[in-house]
Design a binder for this molecule. Structure first.
Ligand code: ADP
Ligand code: ZN
Length: 210
């Protein structure tokens, strides 16, 4: 098993790219820290109960909480698999925790999208609460409005996708996560792709870069 890290702002489309590639390639596995956390919140596990308040405000949850979840997934992933790690690490402390887990990092791909584009994207974002598929009312609409193509569930707007929280999440991204760009650049692991080419081309560019 090895790891490809997806770096990018909230709404940069990294989850869409990773989901699409994992669906198309048996050896790729999409691991989203946000999905793991939302799953824990929905189930009401102790970690979920602790994470909920941070997430609703658009703040990062404590490093140890998310790190333990990632550690568990890394431990259960073996064989000829490349893990597309989406949403973790989100700050320097988490990057160091990931290194201590010992799984080799193959590359880090930055999905580059300007802040203005991000605001529009998040405003149109819809999510399937059941199978976690992501949609956009304009850029990636489901075949039937409001209904998940894959499982038929009714799509929802995530609680933290309201404009005020989005602003806070972007602030957190610039302050906490952006320093990782330089960190991985210095390690010679960083690649960049233009994340504003549409879902199909974004995924192609990502696959070529990783
Ligand atoms: P987005 O990338 O669109 O902001 P995510 O689904 O990745 O959304 O994350 C949603 C929320 O989950 C974040 O705003 C944060 O509260 C929490 N979260 C996700 N990953 C991490 C992480 N690595 N460290 C701390 N908090 C996280
Ligand atoms: Zn679904």
């Amino acid at each position: 098993m090895n790891i490809v890290i997806l770096l990018g702002a909230p709404g940069s489309g990294k989850g869409t790219i990773a989901g699409k590639l994992a669906a198309e390639h048996d050896n790729l596995k999409h691991v989203s820290s946000g999905d793991l956390l939302r799953g824990a919140v929905a189930k009401g596990t102790p970690a979920g109960v602790e994470a909920k308040g941070y997430m609703e405000k658009g703040n990062l949850v404590p490093d140890a909480l998310i790190a333990q979840m990632i550690k568990d997934v890394v431990a259960e992933t073996t064989g000829d698999i490349t893990m597309l790690l989406d949403g973790f690490p989100r700050n320097l402390a988490q990057a160091k925790i990931l290194e201590e887990m010992g799984a080799p990092i193959k590359s880090v791909v930055l999905v580059d999208v300007p802040d203005e584009v991000i605001h529009d994207r998040i405003a149109g974002r819809r999510t399937c609460p059941k199978c976690k598929a992501g949609y956009h009312v304009k850029a990636l609409p489901p075949k039937v409005e409001g209904i998940c193509d894959k499982c038929g569930a009714e799509l929802v707007i995530r609680k933290d996708d309201n404009p005020e929280t989005v602003k806070d999440r972007l602030v957190v991204y610039h302050r906490e996560t952006e320093p990782l760009i330089k960190y991985y650049e210095e390690k010679g692991l960083l690649r960049r792709i233009d994340g504003d080419q549409g879902p199909e081309k974004n995924a192609e560019a990502f696959l070529a870069a990783m």
